[in-house]
Design a protein. Structure first.
Length: 123
């Protein structure tokens, strides 16, 4: 089964999803390889085992080998998780204004990004 997240985020060229993809992997090569192997884990590292119509398969295999961990990370980030409990009811997501901790949290963020600028030197 072709995983849409693997196609969109891992191998295919960068798009509106914000994931950079892997260098050299175009939409056609990605579709051909994933149609045959289904998932990243199923793609052999040796391109000669692919037996798919993909341009420059040896370079694609090399890129996949080098950037395999990155491809797995992007798939994880793009996958909708249903195994984590986030809330009991959608009404819990309603904005009811800031909590009492808001000012303290804002101060922490301000402190973290405050940079002391040095004056510009005269030219």
């Amino acid at each position: 089964m072709l995983m849409v997240t693997e196609f969109a985020t891992n191998l295919a060229p960068p798009g509106a999803d914000g994931y950079p993809g892997l260098s050299g992997w175009g939409a056609k090569s990605t579709a051909a390889v994933l149609a045959k192997f289904g998932h990243l884990e199923g793609i052999p590292l040796n391109w000669s085992e692919w037996h798919v119509n993909a341009a420059n398969a040896s370079a694609l295999a090399n890129t996949l080998s080098i950037e395999h961990d990155k491809a797995l990370l992007f798939r994880t980030l793009a996958t909708l998780r249903t195994d984590i409990h986030l809330f009991d009811d959608v009404d819990q997501l309603r904005w009811n204004g800031p909590t009492p901790d808001f000012d303290a949290m804002g101060a922490r963020f301000d402190a973290a990004v405050t940079v002391t600028r040095q004056p510009k030197t005269a030219r």
